[in-house]
Design a protein. Structure first.
Length: 404
């Protein structure tokens, strides 16, 4: 059995108000050619087809045209699409019955009938060009942990997710009487994964121990995290295909799609990483923070015929001039590149370089004036002068009097 694993297309995403349709179409053409070349049994799209839950008509048309072109490239292949957290499950599923005529399965939500989960919606048999059963794909859309259905009346809410995955794998095992490979699709963040460059890097994800997903699958086709990676420190074989295009400047790693081959249930999958060529790369100038004049000079000398999105990387000693963005925009006026924004990093003073952080107890033991004094010196390299100190003390005393 051969699969092509992708995720996190984020169609409709714009970068600092620049339209990215051309780049997204370039990826979709590369994907179509990969399908034509490899002729997989299935294409897996593990969530976040769209960047917005209400994509524009042109973005939806781009998706529809791409799926039809991909189907034409390999008509015997099945295409399995699951919803991610960026997608509207109902919008993604609205034409699901029509898509079945093109061997496309769209799973946007977990459906129930008569209070029973429709397992057949999630357990999809695969067949080769001769019609022989080659494997099963278990397709699970994004679902917040607290929203998984209660399969048993007395199960605690925080155990429903694990119970759902375990039961789903058991249902698949009942069907898998010939020992064909089993693939699990999910759109979530597995604990221990590399989230380099991810927008949700601080407090924006619910990390899940991989054990929660159970056992019995041969390959876990993950979506949600944009950095391509194989989770090798787990008992099961899991991989994030990653996003085909970077969605911000900190996603500096190569982007790709993954071709997976399996012969039988219990085999170790064979992976082929297929690189994706981005015609409009995201470039930071210079790589290390430098004064604005130095960064601007690099922008001015950037090759005029090189398409790219540019972020200036500026080291600040004082403040940027009010017209710095205008200067940068002027520098690319006749170039193929696009200036996006200036990232600033303040120059570290000698005192702040040796500064130590406070723990909670130390913070409680210091007065507001002491904390302000410390912050000012670390930020400016100079102690708080007596005039500012007196003014701040007056304000603090006034606030305390009003609170009494």
């Amino acid at each position: 059995m051969k699969l092509l694993h992708t995720s996190d297309w984020h169609l409709g995403h714009s970068l600092y108000n620049f339209d990215r349709t051309a780049e997204q179409q370039a990826f979709l053409k590369q994907l179509t050619e990969a399908v034509r070349t490899h002729r997989p049994d299935a294409l897996l799209i593990s969530g976040d087809v769209y960047h917005y839950s209400s994509p524009s008509a042109s973005t939806q048309r781009m998706y529809t045209d791409a799926i039809l072109a991909i189907h034409d490239a390999c008509p015997t292949m099945q295409i399995i699409v699951t919803a991610g957290n960026h997608d509207s499950s109902s919008r993604l599923e609205i034409d699901s019955n029509l898509w079945k005529h093109f061997r496309v399965h769209v799973i946007g939500s977990i459906d129930r009938k008569d209070n029973q989960v429709l397992w057949e919606k999630h357990v999809i048999p695969l067949a080769d060009e001769s019609g022989k059963l080659t494997g099963y794909v278990i397709a699970v859309p994004h679902c917040y942990p607290q929203n998984f259905p209660a399969l048993h009346p007395d199960i605690p809410r925080d155990e429903r997710q694990a119970d759902f995955f375990h039961t789903l794998l058991e249902e698949t095992a009942k069907r898998n009487t010939t020992g064909v490979p089993v693939i699990l699709m999910a759109h979530l963040a597995v604990a221990g994964s590399d989230i380099t460059g991810h927008d949700d890097g601080i407090g924006g994800m619910d990390y899940l121990p991989i054990e929660t997903l159970g056992e019995g699958y041969d390959y876990l086709a993950l979506g949600h995290i944009h950095c391509p990676q194989t989770l090798r420190n787990t008992k099961q074989y899991a991989r994030y295909s990653g996003s085909p295009l970077p969605v911000n400047f900190d996603e500096t790693y190569p982007h790709s799609m993954t071709c997976v081959e399996l012969s039988r249930h219990g085999d170790t999958p064979k992976l082929e990483i297929i690189p994706i060529d981005n015609p409009f790369p995201l470039v930071t100038l210079p790589k290390e923070p430098a004064p604005f004049e130095t960064a601007l000079k690099e922008l001015q000398t950037f090759p005029a015929d090189n398409p790219a999105y540019i972020r200036l990387n500026v080291l600040l000693k004082d403040y940027l001039s009010p017209d710095c963005n205008e200067q940068a925009s002027q520098a690319v006026r006749d170039k193929a590149c696009r200036f996006c924004y200036i990232r600033t990093q303040r120059e570290t003073s000698a005192s702040s370089a040796t500064a130590t952080s406070l723990n909670i107890q130390e913070l409680k033991e210091q007065s507001p004036l002491e904390i302000a004094d410390r912050y000012f010196e670390e930020a400016t390299g100079e102690p708080l002068d007596e005039e500012l100190r007196h003014l701040l003390k007056t304000v603090i005393d006034t606030v305390r009097e009003e609170q009494q």
